[in-house]
Design a protein around this ligand. Structure first.
Ligand code: EPU
Length: 294
């Protein structure tokens, strides 16, 4: 039976620990239930949003007056198909994907280590990081994708899409209006030991660079370009430690906004305006949000 919860507080489902209630929170456990959720939204003429682990999401204090779909049970499998191809459900936590692939003796997705969130969310965001071994190389999930299984959130058509049919960009995939159900990735054979050692290097790099002591949603803004990181621009405006209510521009990494205890969405929005305005005034650069707001 389709699991549904009315007035579920979304602060329980966002890494920022912020957000009012959703009209209805739904957890389809299989594809038929996904179709049921889409029908419910169409019937009620309510907006429908897919949320994974909520690690890149700011929800307004008044909540979301629509349906939230959070894929459950049947969508969290991680299976080695043939040799170097692994099939991953959208609800699988990224950390588990990385560790399972290491157990399979497959390398190529260690760069996803330490990125919180679900596999589906990371495909949707085309998650990417600079390589720790070879700092000049930027690795994105699109580079290991074989195909992506999606369903359209209006007409319910299910489609298997190859990377050349998907408009992957920096922190985007152009799949708005669709729900990612899973994807297959292509990796390379290696030893579990060697893969684990690369996983350790990525984890250490993240701990050193990024804010991990307070709830956050990762990078708030996209980098305007590779040589102009948003964090440096905000830092050079002297905004580290700036506060609004319970929200603070991280003292560790200026492109992170943290919840120091009782932050509201309005506090985060105030800091977003402050950072955007200051960077525009000082550098003439218009920062673009990476954070999704509903
Ligand atoms: N910097 C500062 N001050 C700061 C923060 C950064 O001067 O407060 C400088 C650093 O010294 C460094 C440069 O800015 O020279 C870049 O910083 P960092 O290495 O932390 O990387 P980033 O460009 O800020 C990107 C991704 C991260 C990813 C890292 C590591 C974006 C928006 N963010 O951050 O992704 O983990 O590279 O590869 O592209 C995320 O998307 O949520 C995320 C955390």
């Amino acid at each position: 039976m389709l699991k549904r919860n009315y007035k579920r507080l979304l602060s329980q489902h966002t890494s920022l620990r912020i957000g009012g209630p959703a009209f209805c929170w739904l957890e389809p456990g299989n594809f038929d239930e996904v179709l049921e959720v889409i029908s419910l939204a169409n019937l009620d003429n309510r907006s429908l949003t897919v949320v994974g682990n909520g690690t890149n999401l700011l929800v307004h204090d008044k909540g979301f007056d629509g349906l939230i779909m959070n894929l459950g049970r049947e969508f969290d499998s991680i299976e080695q198909e043939t040799g170097e191809i692994v099939s991953v459900g959208a609800a699988a936590p990224l950390a588990q994907v990385v560790n399972r692939c290491a157990e399979f003796g497959l390398r190529g997705c260690e760069f996803l280590s330490g990125i919180p969130g679900s596999f589906g969310g990371s495909v949707f965001m085309n998650a990417g990081v600079r390589d720790v071994g070879d700092a000049g190389v930027y690795r994105e999930i699109k580079d290991i994708i074989v195909d992506v299984d999606v369903v359209d959130l209006k007409d319910k058509t299910r489609k298997n899409m190859k990377p050349d049919e998907i408009n992957f960009g920096y922190r985007s995939c152009g799949l708005d209006g669709k729900c990612i159900l899973g994807a297959r990735i292509r990796l390379e054979k290696d030893t579990t030991r060697a893969v684990n050692s690369r996983i350790d290097s990525f984890m250490k790099a993240r701990q050193w660079i990024q804010e991990l002591s307070f709830p956050s949603a990762g990078s708030v803004f996209k980098n305007p370009d590779a040589s102009t990181p948003a964090g440096r621009l905000i830092d050079e405006c002297g905004l580290k430690g700036a506060q609004a209510g319970g929200a603070e521009i991280s003292r560790v990494h200026a492109n992170f906004i943290v919840n120091t205890g009782n932050a509201m969405a309005k506090d985060v929005l105030e800091l977003i305006r402050l950072a955007k305005g200051s960077v525009k005034d000082k550098f003439g650069i218009e920062l673009e949000l990476e954070l999704k707001i509903i």
